[in-house]
Design a protein around this ligand. Sequence first.
Ligand code: ADP
Ligand code: MG
Length: 350
Amino acid sequence: MLKDKNTEKTDLEKLGEFGLIDHLTKNFTITQKSTVKGIGDDAAVLDHNNSKTVVTTDLLIEGVHFDLSYMPLKHLGYKAVMVNLSDVYAMNAMATQLTFSIAVSNRFPLEALEELYAGVQLACKTYGVDLIGGDTTSSKTGMLLSVTAMGQAKEDELTYRSGAKPNDLLVVSGDLGGAYTGLQVLEREKEVFKVNPNSQPDLEPYSYIVERQLKPEARKDIPELLKKLEVKPTAMIDISDGLSSEILHLCKSSNVGCNLFEDKIPLDPTVISSCEEFKIDSTLVALSGGEDYELLFTIDQNDFEKIKGNPNLTVIGHMTDASSGAHMIARGGAQIPLTAQGWNSFSEGN
Ligand code: ADP
Ligand code: MG
């Protein structure tokens, strides 16, 4: 390979754009029936037959959406795919294809992009998604990633944000607040490292939450589980910003209100203990933390028996008439209006 003798890093200029694209994409395989043509022509060709196609896209910018000082590039590639797949699963659809576009400055050698694409490849393999294209260009500073995911579902399976009805149960997968508390741990270690570059952080006690931040998993299993249980959610959204703001999206799109019960919010013990350590309120973290990539959905009350006791799912509230508004019922019984930032700390009873 064209390696720089001193640093063992390969300058991107030595490969040229086409050499680089070939190099990064040569080990990806096509597995989806719906991929007629993947990488290598002017456009990819897809045939989703008689099912509906869903499309979602995200733009990720260094310094805004990710910090390479504690985010390994392989994890970044993986997470960039997860963020998009999560949106596909939130439509109750299965993800099938992906495009991955990059803009990089000359600060990044080939080896850095190999790491990034190793994460993309692991994500594609694990989730059964084909990489079918992308674009490669240079940037003046830093790294930009643009990812588009496609998926498919039968028309009657698709779940929008708008289908929730009063009295529907509000359900969430997994647990919340891990990604945010994991970020707090990583930020703290970064500050310690600045002062003492020889310090070796012991992240072991925080491994669950650090992993939630660095290597989130999209909940492909939830649409599959719901199908098996014969439950069609009435509305669904993925939790990228925080429980509170996602509940408000469901309420607004469906024209309903909501009662969320604080004592039902699922929290991992590591989230609770690190919130105590950082002196932050664990409920606030779950409501406003974001990046958990769990699925939040509503179901008809008649479907409760089918999901009852499932360890992946927690009923955290119910929908109401729009006129009642969206509230959290706090542990002490106070009704606190939900806001996009979490809750309104100036309202009565808080
Ligand atoms: P065009 O000039 O038509 O934009 P490119 O030379 O950029 O074509 O791309 C050639 C092929 O490689 C296309 O199939 C494109 O989708 C794919 N491709 C380009 N960049 C990437 C990338 N970063 N990751 C994956 N596929 C890519
Ligand atoms: Mg191009």
